[in-house]
Ligand binder design. Structure first.
Ligand code: ZN
Length: 339
């Protein structure tokens, strides 16, 4: 993987502040064009190692000179009002950045969030027909707590947005509390964060909601608020970091949600992860020939794997769902077992 020529030329002349800002813009545009979700800059003996995270895996791209490594964090902090964790906006992306001083030198990570993201349709996510039908039925239900769970970077927000796109209609008052807001819905009231999630959720009750989407549930207070809303006749949707449905329920219990409340409120746990598809081009190449389509990684593109737990129906585990894709030859056996 290599950096585009314009950005590469810029790295040779990084002295002026305007140049650093332009270089940053070029790096973001280049990373986005490569389909990267994150840009990593790690200090190395020679300068700054540039890597992109594409399809969930990091790829080495380029080595930037030490002069950029030493000047860029200050330039970035100036742009973001002196902060080392902050947000930048280009015309296509909202970029969240974090800079820390490592033993090797400054370490910068940029997370690229698409501005004005358009939600995918639910049937574009790779859900099998049975799971899709059951999930849609749960979404249509007037009340209940629906959890989308999976590890970081497993596409939970994509699924949440695709689900909201189906239920945010003129007939229902949909309220969202999320940080960051990545997608604007026509028929939703999207509240900015005011302090913590529990703080922001307090203002929702008086807004006569039918549906509440809470971007994440990390603490017991949020979990309890969502469960009580679900039991008082609201459809509640949220995302949780847990790799299997049973673990999602355990996490809520560990956060302090009473088991009786938990089990009466939760109407479904959709668990998911993203798996890397085998590169279709590599199969046509002779052994030893470099594959340009996947930069020699053997993988190209991703799809979701899903399992849906409901109180009356325990689906296969997510691992078994992934192994089924391996049996069909869509992904490698190693990829199925990776999650
Ligand atoms: Zn390939």
């Amino acid at each position: 993987m290599t950096l585009n020529p314009e950005a590469r030329a810029m790295t040779l002349n990084p002295e002026a502040r305007a140049d650093l800002e332009k270089l940053l813009g070029l790096l973001i545009a280049d990373a986005a064009a490569e389909g990267a979700s994150d840009v990593h800059l790690n200090a190395s003996p020679l300068g700054w190692r540039l890597r992109y995270r594409v399809d969930g895996a990091l790829r080495n791209v380029h080595e930037l000179p030490a002069s950029i490594r030493d000047a860029m964090p200050t330039a970035l902090a100036d742009l973001a009002g002196g902060r080392i964790v902050g947000q930048l906006r280009t015309h296509d992306h909202d970029v969240r950045f974090s800079c820390v001083s490592s033993v090797q030198g400054p370490n910068l990570v940029l997370r690229l969030l698409e501005a004005n993201r358009v939600p995918l349709a639910l049937d574009e996510l790779g859900m099998d027909a049975d799971t899709l039908g059951r999930w849609r039925a749960l979404l249509k239900h007037p009340y209940g707590l629906l959890i989308i769970s999976g590890p970081t970077g497993s596409g939970k927000t994509t699924t949440a947005y695709a689900s909201l796109a189906e239920i945010a209609t003129p007939e229902r008052n949909v309220i969202t509390v999320e940080d960051p807001v990545e997608c604007i819905f026509d028929w939703a009231v999207q509240l900015p964060m005011a302090g913590t999630f529990p703080d922001t959720l307090r203002s929702v009750y008086a807004q006569d909601p039918d549906v509440l989407y809470c971007g994440e549930v990390r603490d017991g207070e949020t979990a309890e608020t969502l469960a009580r809303m679900a039991l008082s006749g609201h459809q509640v949707l949220t995302c949780l970091h847990a790799p299997e449905p049973a673990l999602a329920l355990q996490r809520l219990e560990a956060a302090g949600l009473a088991p009786a409340l938990l089990h009466s409120a939760v109407s479904g746990v959709l668990c998911q992860r993203l798996v890397r598809l085998l590169c279709p081009s590599c199969r046509r190449l002779d052994k030893g020939e470099a594959c340009e389509a996947c930069h020699g990684t053997g993988h190209h593109g991703r799809r979701g794997v899903f399992t849906l737990w409901t109180p009356d129906h325990a689906d296969v585990s997510l691992k078994d769902a992934a192994l089924e894709l391996a049996r069909r030859g869509e992904i490698s056996h190693e990829e199925a077992l990776r999650g």
